[in-house]
Design a protein around this ligand. Structure first.
Ligand SMILES: [Zn+2]
Length: 110
């Protein structure tokens, strides 16, 4: 069984999110991203499933969340781009280049 509280810990409170029309914005993730729903109460948002995968360039986590206000399901897709390993002597660079979050609906459409 997946523990919703365990998944919830993996969701950052704030993130830079890619919104279709508004570009990149820093927003709270404690809200329902479905149309016509203004739920911003984290108690009414229940993460119930997590999928993780990674390839050479990025690590991706998809967290499925059910909103108890509109009864809809949406997916927070957290993408961390990895810095491609280089054989330089630069030590000042962070190993993690950047993270991005997308809010998708159940059919994985933004
Ligand atoms: Zn909702």
């Amino acid at each position: 069984m997946t523990d919703p509280e365990e998944i919830r810990k993996e969701i950052p409170s704030y993130a830079f999110i890619a919104l279709t029309r508004r570009g990149m914005e820093k927003i709270s993730l404690d809200q329902c991203f479905l149309k016509n729903c203004d739920n911003e109460n984290p108690d009414l948002l229940e993460p119930f499933k997590k999928e993780e995968y990674e390839d050479e360039k990025r690590q991706t986590k998809e967290i499925y969340i059910k909103c108890k206000v509109c009864n809809g399901v949406f997916i927070l897709k957290l993408v961390t781009l990895k810095r491609v390993a280089k054989s330089t002597k630069e030590e000042s660079e962070d190993p993690l280049a950047m993270g991005m979050v997308y809010a998708l609906d159940e059919k994985k459409k933004i």
